[in-house]
Design a protein around this ligand. Sequence first.
Ligand SMILES: N[C@@H](CCC(=O)N[C@@H](CS)C(=O)NCC(=O)O)C(=O)O
Length: 203
Amino acid sequence: MKIYEESTAPNARRVRMFLAEKGVSGLEYVHVGLKSGDNISSDFRKKNPLAKIPVLELDNNECISESMAICRYFEALNPENPLMGVSPFEQANIEMWQRRCEISFMNIVGMGFQHSTGYFSDRMNPIKEWGEECLKQAKVFMAFLNDHLKDHQYIAGEAFSVADITAFIAIEFARVVKVRIEDDHIHLLRWYQNIKSRPSAKA
Ligand SMILES: N[C@@H](CCC(=O)N[C@@H](CS)C(=O)NCC(=O)O)C(=O)O
């Protein structure tokens, strides 16, 4: 199996961290340069018509894109050490938090990055004010997470899950655009240091 990705890209990092947590190894990583536009080539679009990484290519050449779809594939292959829940409630609760962190935080940070820096101005029309607004919204979500973590060890309750991976990678990525955890967000800081100390955070 191959994973097409760029190691610093946040969605690629989510999958790497997930695989490290699951103890999955032996995959071949193929570098796809985003800034140079490898992902928007017609060859790459055959693997993912939306031209985004990461993409998992199975040995039979089937391709799976969308980070959470890739994670779910490996969760199904290796159900031990579950990161997406086991009981119906756990699965739904983790899904709820994963989506909250992805839609209202990680994607917002991503838009903040793209629109405020113009990193992909060769393929999109960056709108600086929108980028700045997204970064403001990201800070609001961080305050919300801080409140939530006052009473919870992890994002989706008392066990580490894929929701923690999404939130952690979003916070790491936000640093690129100088959005950092506020000093008085003590619950978020405690959680962040805890996740950062996991070996998978370096994957
Ligand atoms: N929803 C997708 C998002 C994938 C995505 O946006 N990937 C970024 C890198 S983190 C990308 O390929 N960007 C290149 C581009 O927009 O040209 C997922 O979860 O995998």
